[in-house]
Design a protein around this ligand. Sequence first.
Ligand SMILES: CC(C)(COP(=O)(O)OP(=O)(O)OC[C@H]1O[C@@H](n2cnc3c(N)ncnc32)[C@H](O)[C@@H]1OP(=O)(O)O)[C@@H](O)C(=O)NCCC(=O)NCCS
Length: 152
Amino acid sequence: MTFLVQHFSDATELHELRRRILRHNDPAISVHDPRDVEEAAIHLAIVRDEHVVVCGSLYPSTSPLDESVDSYQLRYMAADDSVRGSGGGRALLERAGDIVLSRGVEHLWANARDTALGFYLATGWTAVPGSEHLSKETQLPHTVVVKSLRSH
Ligand SMILES: CC(C)(COP(=O)(O)OP(=O)(O)OC[C@H]1O[C@@H](n2cnc3c(N)ncnc32)[C@H](O)[C@@H]1OP(=O)(O)O)[C@@H](O)C(=O)NCCC(=O)NCCS
């Protein structure tokens, strides 16, 4: 399947998929991130039949591995059931890597849900030993993952 990854300036376009996939579609939970409106934030999505089916956002953020390294944090990575497992997530991460590299940044990090850890490992990320934790927002088990874009 071929995917066109689009760069959105307005994160609200991604909120429906964020809420549905990552927050049990609970209308009472806010999926607005205060950092969404920052100029340096990057919001990426794949659209099918006028609906966002894959999304992810990135924000400049100190790497948990090395404070001296410029880094972006990936958040709100989600794929709709209708396209899951067909390469959309990978395509979005590749576009994210290209954009971040074009800004002179070579490191990405994320708090990966343990249920999605295989996705990150399959796309070239590395789990940080000892970083396992429960998310304050969702109470789900997470592990910090990092990716160097040097060989991207
Ligand atoms: C995680 C998620 C975004 C991946 O998106 P996707 O479009 O399905 O991923 P892709 O099809 O691009 O998969 C890329 C690779 O990762 C693997 N993969 C994807 N999801 C996986 C998972 N949950 N566990 C293990 N491996 C996974 C695929 O098999 C594929 O491997 P391959 O290329 O060796 O065949 C999607 O499964 C999802 O929305 N999950 C629920 C929400 C979630 O957990 N988001 C992450 C929060 S940190």
